[in-house]
Design a protein around this ligand. Sequence first.
Ligand code: NAG
Ligand code: NAG
Ligand code: NAG
Ligand code: NAG
Ligand code: NAG
Ligand code: NAG
Length: 380
Amino acid sequence: MLSLATSLALLASVSHASPILQTRQTNETNPFVFTNSNGLNFTQMNSSLPNVAIFATGGTIAGSSDSSTATAGYTAGALGIMTLISAVPELLNVSNVAGIQISNVGSEDVTSTILLTLAKEINKYVCQDDSMAGAVVTHGTDVLEETAFFLDATVNCGKPVVVVGAMRPATAISADGPFNLLEAVTVAVSPEAKDRGAMVVMNDRITSAYYVTKTNANTMDTFRAPEQGHLGALLSNTPYFYYPPVKPTGKSEYAVDNVTSIPRVDILFAYEDMHSDTLYNAVKSGAKGVVIAGAGAGGVSTPFNAAMEDVISNHCIPIVQSTRAMSGEVPSTGISSDTALHIASGYLNPMKSRILLGLLLAHGKNMTEIAEAFAPSTVA
Ligand SMILES: *[C@@H]1O[C@H](CO)[C@@H](O)[C@H](O)[C@H]1NC(C)=O
Ligand SMILES: *[C@@H]1O[C@H](CO)[C@@H](O)[C@H](O)[C@H]1NC(C)=O
Ligand SMILES: *[C@@H]1O[C@H](CO)[C@@H](O)[C@H](O)[C@H]1NC(C)=O
Ligand SMILES: *[C@@H]1O[C@H](CO)[C@@H](O)[C@H](O)[C@H]1NC(C)=O
Ligand SMILES: *[C@@H]1O[C@H](CO)[C@@H](O)[C@H](O)[C@H]1NC(C)=O
Ligand SMILES: *[C@@H]1O[C@H](CO)[C@@H](O)[C@H](O)[C@H]1NC(C)=O
């Protein structure tokens, strides 16, 4: 944390920085020296550096454990955003940082309400403010890919949105959170990172939020896009992108300004001898859409297929068939059915398909429009 003297010196040196409206006296309980016109609080304001907002949701990156060797069984989301920022003073050589605590939960407890808040706040605090370079979201890793995909679809101002987490809690030896956070902030303020949608930065790799998935339950090299690969990497905290910016095939964008809730979408996992009552239970419990993590290219048992026909036709519930395999696509031609409205997920995995279907339902899209939205991710 900066001393009061340093803070005041900084304050004097950049008093011309126009977007920053108020300067404040700092003390132990209030380390913030600058507040911008949106009310974001910064611990420093160096006008030669870009500004970034870190939106904290919780997770292992904010995790705490009594043991320095525990990499499981710790409490996720125990540390606040200011603790994270002050643990990585190197951040202040890269950017001026403001922290916003959105929630402090393990990632499994991130709700669609939190997702909507997150997207709206990034749009407000970062997209609509010319003085902000980008956004970083700290998040638990377990369902991080879902949040990253949601933000990729709902924050579309061209500024980098970087989602980051940690596999080891902050209290572990060789905790990966601090370096991941520094790399995430560095990418978020990098001009080369613009117009690439949301990205995940973990373990020195930069990966498209549209394709990234958690491939290993424990290790630090878990975030990958097995077929599509990484967008780039960092060496000595300098990002390197392998290709110029490009929009992922099939990606669609959604405004959430006026969206107040996301309808429930359930995922059902296919297995040998699959029963069909789980589908009816999902519908009875209030699911407005269903995604199937199908076997291979979307396959399900004959009884389950018959139940799907019934639910699509008679309950008007859209069902998207994805795959439980880690990679590959579900083509529309691969889904055998009598109903034209079976929807194939293409290259979207079940988790990403669920997010997309929820957004489409939130926008009141009908079955035809939903099928059309998934079609561009699909070969046939
Ligand atoms: C610390 O600063 C804040 C605002 O800058 C002020 O409201 C608060 O009273 C100060 N606390 C102390 C102990 O001086
Ligand atoms: C900035 O600090 C003020 C005073 O401590 C607080 O009321 C406000 O909520 C903070 N802004 C954000 C976005 O956290
Ligand atoms: C502000 O940032 C620039 C660029 O990194 C650096 O050269 C300068 O020393 C910083 N100023 C202060 C007061 O830290
Ligand atoms: C910030 O950059 C300066 C100049 O390159 C360097 O001397 C200093 O060690 C850096 N501080 C941190 C915390 O990395
Ligand atoms: C949200 O609603 C307002 C007021 O009805 C309207 O002006 C605005 O265009 C809407 N925004 C979007 C993205 O639909
Ligand atoms: C779905 O919505 C589109 C666009 O509003 C409309 O043209 C089409 O007729 C609708 N289809 C059905 C089956 O309601």
